[in-house]
Write a protein that binds this ligand. Structure first.
Ligand SMILES: CC[C@H](C(=O)O)C(=O)SCCNC(=O)CCNC(=O)[C@H](O)C(C)(C)COP(=O)(O)OP(=O)(O)OC[C@H]1O[C@@H](n2cnc3c(N)ncnc32)[C@H](O)[C@@H]1OP(=O)(O)O
Length: 300
């Protein structure tokens, strides 16, 4: 009995590690030293990443460091990784809203943290750490929305691209300011931006460090909608209502829809088709499917 329980725990842990490896981009084979960068990041404290999971299957992830316009300190980068892991294990989840505290989104990395780790090894490790985390965030089986109030600057702009959708409030802006910092995006935001707006527009936004207001974002297809409310609770309510149009229904089906799209977005066609077949197998003959066959709804 005890042996079989131990075996089961071991198998579950092994499965989880393999799954995390699959969704993570970098490991030791890429020269990535996760424990080393985690120790370094731990030294730069401040702010927090808060997660609340609502009964409707929508999670609210808040970047919280309002004194620094929600810049990411070292400990916030670590907390983001922890919250993403928590979301990976949230089986009832269907949607996610990412927002910033105090009426602004996020101003990228905390300049005090990055100034203290200027050497190339730390920079590369931090870059791989954030790419791993944001790739896992992007691949969550949750429909994700960045709610952009105020400013999304540098790494903050990159964070918005790890979401499926972006909603902007009046007066807000997204700006890839990296050029002015002598940088290019390093959190994966460059590659993701190309896939969202195309290579020409992405090159203009990066090389011009252009301010993208809600109107321009709509025009570029970077934002889905400009919300009416400029303030925190009103815009969150609007974002919730917008997202619930897509999260209405059984979690198994909503999550499967996101997984099919993730495969289609990331894999070569034949691999995506095979993955779609596997995901189809998880819903075919499932409770939602069987109930629908009994109800026989008309889709008028
Ligand atoms: C790959 C990612 C990449 C990286 O470094 O690895 C980046 O993220 S690069 C981009 C880094 N971010 C910045 O360079 C932002 C610099 N800050 C600003 O441009 C402005 O502060 C702005 C536009 C975000 C907000 O301007 P606003 O006038 O509304 O407010 P304040 O400037 O008065 O800001 C209040 C307070 O916050 C401090 N602050 C803002 N952002 C950061 C930051 N990223 N790191 C550290 N501190 C930040 C700002 O200095 C003010 O503090 P104070 O003590 O009053 O000077």
């Amino acid at each position: 009995m005890a042996v079989s329980l131990c075996k089961k725990i071991f198998q579950t842990a092994k499965k989880r590690i393999i799954q995390q490896r699959r969704v993570s981009l970098y490991n030791v084979a890429h020269g990535y030293e996760e424990e080393l960068i985690k120790k370094k990041l731990q030294q730069f404290a401040g702010g927090s990443i808060n997660l609340s999971k609502e009964d409707n299957g929508i999670g609210i992830l808040t970047v919280n460091n309002p004194q620094l316009m929600n810049a990411f300190t070292g400990t916030m980068m670590l907390e983001l990784q922890e919250k993403v892991a928590e979301l990976e294990n949230w089986k009832d989840g269907k949607g996610l809203i990412i927002c910033g505290a105090g009426n602004t989104f996020c101003s990228g990395s905390d300049l005090n943290t990055v100034k203290a780790i200027p050497n190339s090894q730390d920079g590369m490790n931090m870059c791989m750490f954030m790419q791993n985390t944001l790739t896992r965030l992007m691949r969550l089986p949750l429909i994700s929305v960045a709610l952009i109030q105020g400013k999304a600057i540098g790494g903050g702009a990159e964070l918005t691209t790890a979401c499926d959708f972006r909603l902007m409030t009046p007066g807000s802006e997204i700006r890839f300011v990296h050029k002015h910092m002598g940088l290019v995006p390093g959190w994966g935001g460059g590659a993701r931006l190309v896939r969202i707006v195309g290579s020409g527009a992405a090159l203009r936004l990066l090389s011009g460090a252009l301010k993208v207001d809600p109107e321009r974002a709509l025009h570029l297809g970077l934002s889905e909608e400009t919300l009416l409310s400029p303030e925190e609770s009103g815009s969150l309510e609007e974002a919730r209502a917008w997202l619930s149009q897509y999260t209405e229904g059984p979690a198994s089906v909503i999550r499967a829809a996101k997984q099919v799209v993730t495969a289609g977005r990331e894999l070569p066609l034949e691999d995506a088709l095979r993955t779609e077949k596997d995901i189809f197998g998880t819903v075919w003959g499932g409770p939602a499917n069987l109930q629908a066959l009994v109800r026989r709804p008309k889709h008028k």
